[in-house]
Ligand binder design. Sequence first.
Ligand code: 5AD
Ligand code: SF4
Length: 462
Amino acid sequence: MTTPRKLHIKSYGCQMNVYDAQRMVDTLAGEGFVETASAEDADLVILNTCHIREKASEKVYSELGRLRVAKDEAARAGREMKIAVAGCVAQAEGAEIIHRAPTVDIVVGPQSYHHLPELLKRAKENGRALETEFPVEDKFGFLPQPKPDAIRARGISAFVTVQEGCDKFCTFCVVPYTRGAEVSRPVAKIIDDVKQLADNGVREFTLIGQNVNAYHGEGPDGRAWSLGKLLQRLAAIPGVIRLRYSTSHPRDVDDDLIAAHRDLPELMPFVHLPVQSGADRILAAMNRKHTADDYRRVIDRFRAARQDIAFSSDFIVGFPGESEEEFSATLALVTQIGYAAAYSFKYSPRPGTPAAEMRETVSAAEMDERLGRLQELIDSQQSAFNRAAIGTTVDVLFERAARNPGQIVGRTAYLQPAHVMASPDIIGQVRSVRIDSLERYSLIGELATQSAPGLISQTIGA
Ligand code: 5AD
Ligand code: SF4
């Protein structure tokens, strides 16, 4: 028997990269690779990169510097280490990586992960291999399914890619270039994936896509199904306890999706709905194709369908030409909506995007100051939201043993971590928990006496 080769994947950026990393592991398992936690003893190291902002991209080159040392050390010990760069930086800067980083053996774009075994062979024969095409065949048809033990090892919550790419072309964003045009997977394939995961113990499914609610995959009836309809179908699969989806665009919230929130108890009342800015002139310059009021109306439709719904969002401060008044409009929108969580970023010009050509930049000092103010507001909303849980009873899906002995940790509907002292038997179950206190971002509580899930649960609102 040959000894298994060791694979180490380091992922940056979004949930799609986490999912892609697992599919790469599944693909390479067929080549005799097993995962290892340390890069130093790996035979193949894959950096699964993110290109969304400059800081994310730069991490690749600093990490490659560290890996070069590990590769040289391995060579001195008579061992060969191959280094691959995958993800969106590979897609956007593949040729440059090959040129700038001689230590890299393979560069592979997100649409070509199913070609990894062949690229490894090519790298062995020719020294190096680069593939950043958008192949005509659908990679999902070729990526192998994870084995049952791999699914179980990954826990009770899983990502399922339902669509990839984006046709929105927000002027600041590289995604339409790195992930390509919007493509939805057929409903039947997604059902198969979810069934297989559910059969192996997965209980929470997050449907992911760069613009997930633009989903329009082919249904079993030959028609394009909306995300709402897909969610409705998936909720009927035995073992599916919780459904989520991410990331949505406000323009693509249709009545089916709202109805899904109204009708499906499995669909969690927590929606990530990025708005980026609260100022209409900036939204137009970003090519978001909606106004701040359009966004408010979308939020109102969700709230009318499910009163306990809460939101998170993404914001960019310092988009070219953003005035103090325009930034204040963002603060006003945040104050009005009231978020359970939100992410905010300083605008980062990305090569090849229209906004990178815009001249009216906002100074670094101004950006820092605005980011600070926005984050303070978001933090105060998040803390208030978390504090509101104290004294209530909430449903928690338990995931794993916590660091403290005897404690089990799970998540609420709003993804807040919740800790209780309990037997590990509750892992994989939804249980009612009375929340007693808050430690930083974690809720601490006790199992409510009634064990039937959801029976006496009172939900907390935004
Ligand atoms: N600069 C700053 N933030 C960006 N994002 C996307 N592109 C940029 C950029 N060029 C942010 C947006 C998006 C999130 C994933 O990253 O807020 O929703
Ligand atoms: Fe990027 Fe999202 Fe805009 Fe698509 S909708 S271009 S992924 S910010």
